[in-house]
Ligand binder design. Structure first.
Ligand SMILES: *[C@@H]1O[C@H](CO)[C@@H](O)[C@H](O)[C@H]1NC(C)=O
Ligand SMILES: *[C@@H]1O[C@H](CO)[C@@H](O)[C@H](O)[C@H]1NC(C)=O
Length: 155
C-alpha cells in the first residue's frame, strides 16, 4: 500500500512538472529577448540561454508587439478586448466574436482576463476547457463528436 502510494505521488508529481514545461528552447539564444511562448496573461522569452517567464499583473495583458504587459485598452484583440461580466457566474466563457479561439474569465462579476486556446482547439464552456471542435456544441464547435445530448450551450 505504501509502495502504491509513493508510486502514485511520483506519477502526480511527474504530471505536474510536465505541465509547466514550456515549448521554448533557449539553448544558444544570445542576448536578444525573443518571445518563444505567450498567452494573454504571460509570456516567456529566451535570453543568454535562460528561459524567463513574466506573468502580467491583474488588469494587464501581454502586448506581444512590444514584448510587455500593458493595459487592456492598449492591446489588440483577442487579449485586449474588455469583456462584460455583469450578471455572470464565476467561470470561463467562450469569446464567440473570435470563433471561440479565445475565452475569458469572470470572477465576482469582474472581467479578469482573456486567454487563447492552443492551435486547433476551441473553448468548450460546458467542460470549461479548450477542446476539439467536434466535441463542442454550436456555435463554438459542430457537436458531431463526443458531447452530452442535447447539444446546447450552457450559457
Ligand atoms: C506597446 O504598444 C502599444 C501599441 O500596440 C502602445 O499603445 C503601448 O504604449 C506600448 N507600450 C510600451 C511599454 O511601449
Ligand atoms: C453588461 O451586461 C449587462 C447585463 O447583460 C448589461 O445590463 C450592461 O448594460 C452591459 N454593460 C455594457 C457596458 O455593455
Amino acid at each position: 500500500m505504501t509502495t502504491f502510494r509513493s508510486l502514485f505521488t511520483i506519477l502526480i508529481g511527474f504530471t505536474a512538472i510536465n505541465a509547466v514545461v514550456s515549448q521554448c528552447d533557449c539553448i544558444n539564444s544570445g542576448p536578444d529577448e525573443t518571445i518563444c511562448e505567450w498567452a494573454c496573461t504571460y509570456f516567456i522569452y529566451c535570453q543568454n540561454n535562460n528561459e524567463i517567464r513574466i506573468d502580467c499583473p491583474v488588469g494587464e495583458v501581454v502586448n506581444v508587439d512590444n514584448g510587455t504587459c500593458d493595459t487592456v485598452e492598449n492591446v489588440p484583440p483577442p487579449c485586449g478586448v474588455l469583456r462584460n461580466c455583469t450578471g455572470k457566474a464565476d467561470g470561463y466563457y467562450a469569446n464567440t466574436d473570435d470563433n471561440c479561439l479565445s475565452y475569458h474569465y469572470c470572477e465576482g462579476e469582474q472581467f479578469m482576463s482573456n486567454n487563447i486556446c492552443n492551435d486547433g482547439l476551441v473553448f468548450d464552456e460546458a467542460q470549461q476547457i479548450c477542446n476539439w471542435p467536434a466535441n463542442v456544441c454550436p456555435p463554438c464547435g459542430d457537436g458531431s463528436g463526443d458531447v452530452i445530448e442535447p447539444c446546447t450551450r450552457t450559457s
